[in-house]
Design a protein around this ligand. Structure first.
Ligand SMILES: *Cc1c(COP(=O)(O)O)cnc(C)c1O
Length: 232
């Protein structure tokens, strides 16, 4: 078995165990393979092992891979920070955007979503770690933002996303993910998605209700930060 096949099997086993431990259905937890900095061939190999959802953080890098992988029926998720001049390409080339944190960006994504495509699935990224984190909207701003985004015609607001400050302490991990779930529930909108949990904390995220876990390192190995930074 190839390394990627083994890694996928290991990650699936972790998801299955975590689902079982919290009485959840394995089928309700999506595995989003985070392929940033990985070559297109790694995505092709992962697809051959059954993965179809891939998450990318940098637009130029993602577009280059989409070009090469155009023969595969992949679903592309944008999970990185969004500059407004990148909104058009993201609206045109992705199925999901997990990292919407401002209304202005959501409005652009909606306006620039091509009419022949279904509404773009979006999650609002929320800062659940307070001062320690700079990405995501503040919890206090969330209700107004969510209502405004839910009203945009070419977006489908699916739920919330968070990247908590990394912690090795399961209690801290659980608290952050539980907070995101409570924020989602308190909105009183019909939202089916919690995008939370990465390689080191997917168990805690699943226990707290994750419906997408975003996994990079545990699938593809450590990212090579020695490589030139991707253009974005
Ligand atoms: C890189 C990244 C991940 C994956 O992190 P790993 O620790 O490698 O699993 C998940 N979500 C976002 C937003 C990322 O940027």
């Amino acid at each position: 078995m190839s390394t990627i096949a083994k890694n996928i099997a290991k990650v699936r086993a972790r998801i299955r165990e975590a689902a079982q431990a919290s009485g959840r259905d394995f089928a309700d937890i999506g595995l989003l393979a985070v392929s940033k900095t990985q070559p297109a061939e790694a995505i092709r190999d992962a697809f051959a092992c059954g993965l179809v959802d891939f998450g990318e953080n940098y637009l130029q890098e993602a577009l280059a891979k989409q070009e090469v992988l155009g023969d595969l029926p992949l679903r592309w998720h944008f999970i990185g920070p969004i500059q407004s001049n990148k909104a058009r390409a993201i609206a045109e080339r992705f199925d999901w955007v997990h990292s919407v944190e401002r209304l202005k960006i959501a409005e652009r994504l909606s306006a620039q979503r091509p009419p022949h495509l279904p509404p773009l699935n979006v999650c609002l990224q929320v800062n659940v770690s307070g001062e320690a984190s700079k990405s995501g909207c503040d919890a206090a701003e969330l209700p107004a933002l969510a209502r405004a985004v839910a009203a945009l015609p070419n977006l489908r607001l699916r739920g919330l996303m968070a990247i908590p400050e990394p912690s090795e302490d399961p209690a801290v991990q659980h608290a952050a993910f539980a907070r995101l779930r409570a924020l989602r529930d308190d909105l009183g909108l019909d939202l089916d998605t919690l995008s939370m949990g990465m390689s080191h904390d997917l168990e805690a995220a699943i226990a707290e209700g994750a419906t997408w876990v975003r996994i990079g390192t545990a699938l593809f190995g450590a990212r090579d930060y020695g490589a030139p930074a991707p253009a974005h």
